[in-house]
Design a protein around this ligand. Structure first.
Ligand code: NAD
Length: 348
């Protein structure tokens, strides 16, 4: 296998490219910042149309993990792997083992985990080659979605306290977009807390089940933005807060698990201008990565992991407070706090 270290790229600590003719592996590992600890971040396998797009994605995602891990108060920095290829057609054990060798080459500076196009089973194959793997299918922390949903639930409570001045979810209305792995667990928790649910999914069966089990009201996917609710919880797609949807929102709070909810950073300012409290996505959806990180304490301790995930509530309170004090958007305040956390260590 050919492994090439790139020259310095911006404020990234290391960028490594690998090419393995035998297995067909073509991958990039970007390590953004390891001041808080070794980089931890998932591996995305995607059919990028060219190498430049793959590099751009690796850099963007690795930086995002530095911020996410810092805000989640984890002793980890940020990194990411992208594998160039079709995860259905091109993935095979030889490619995964070659990927394991690439991770091992970094001698623990980076720990790999699953992401789009990879699975806990893939991580177990990589683990036969290197110990620097999280989120294993066997003996690990398992499916991260219930932990993510727990974090989103704690985050919604914090946002409700901030915006509606109550700690009680009874009678509050929440619209959940997407009843997948996270959305479903979130719906169950909110229903148990007495919230009134409105749900949308492109799969009707899921909505029917939610109607039956959680007394949820199904609404067509395209109408979810117009729902007259207290909380809008996006748990499906990115970029759903945009110029088209913003004027339609009736919710007082946007708080859900979806990644990259704001189409552009400025949409955070526009939410603020409309007095809609936004729980920054990378702060509220960190439950999964927190849970995975607890594999490192030896035997995985679910109780300790979930206690840490509960802290998402207080992290969000700190973000809301900073945003209020500086009169800035909550997404800008979240970035400030994350930067404080990893830059303070740089200065030390
Ligand atoms: P998932 O694929 O299990 O669920 C997504 C659901 O959204 C599916 O049921 C799908 O049918 C539905 N959906 C798709 N398009 C829709 C639309 N237009 N309107 C309504 N519903 C639609 O994914 P997931 O694991 O539940 O993750 C949900 C979101 O949270 C994603 O953005 C993911 O990146 C993010 N996230 C997930 C985790 C995790 O632990 N799973 C962690 C952090 C962030």
């Amino acid at each position: 296998m050919q492994i090439v270290e790139s020259g310095r790229i911006g404020d990234y600590e290391r960028v490594v490219r690998a090419f393995d003719r035998e297995s067909g592996l073509k991958a990039i590992v970007a390590i953004h910042n390891t001041r808080r600890g070794p980089a931890l971040g998932g591996c995305r396998m995607w059919n990028y149309s060219n190498d430049a797009d793959a590099l751009e994605d690796a850099l963007r995602l690795a930086r995002g993990m530095t911020y996410k891990n810092a805000l989640a108060d984890l002793p980890f920095g940020g990194g990411k792997t992208v594998v160039i290829g079709d995860s259905i057609k091109d993935k095979n054990p030889a490619l995964l083992k070659a990927l394991g060798e690439l991770v091992h080459f970094l001698e623990g500076a980076y720990t790999i985990a699953e992401d789009v196009g990879t699975t806990p089973e893939d991580m177990s194959v990589i683990h036969t080659v290197t110990p620097y793997v999280a989120g294993l299918s066997d003996g690990g922390s398992g499916d991260p979605s219930p932990a993510t949903a727990w974090g989103v639930y704690c985050g919604i409570k914090s946002a409700v306290q901030e915006r509606l001045d109550t700690g009680d979810l009874r009678g509050l209305s929440v619209a959940i977009q997407g009843l997948g792995n996270v959305g479903w667990h979130l719906a169950r928790r909110l229903h148990e807390a007495g919230a009134k649910l409105f749900v949308s999914d492109i799969h009707n069966q899921r909505m029917r089940e939610a109607e039956e089990l959680f007394r949820a009201t199904p609404i067509p996917a395209y109408r979810i933005y117009d729902a007259p609710v207290d909380v809008f919880a996006p748990c499906a797609l990115g970029a759903i807060i945009n110029d088209e949807t913003l004027p339609r929102l009736k919710a007082k709070i946007v708080a859900g698990s979806a990644n990259n909810q704001l189409a552009e950073h400025r949409h955070g300012d526009e939410l603020k201008a409309r007095n809609i409290l936004y729980a920054p996505d990378y702060a509220i959806n960190a439950g999964g990565v927190i849970n995975i990180s607890y594999e490192y304490s030896g035997t995985y301790d679910q109780e300790a992991a979930y206690r840490h995930v509960s802290g998402i509530g207080s992290t969000l309170s700190a973000i809301f407070k900073r945003a209020r004090r500086l009169d800035i958007s909550t997404n800008a305040a979240a970035n400030h706090i994350a930067e404080d956390r990893f830059r303070a260590l740089e200065a030390a």
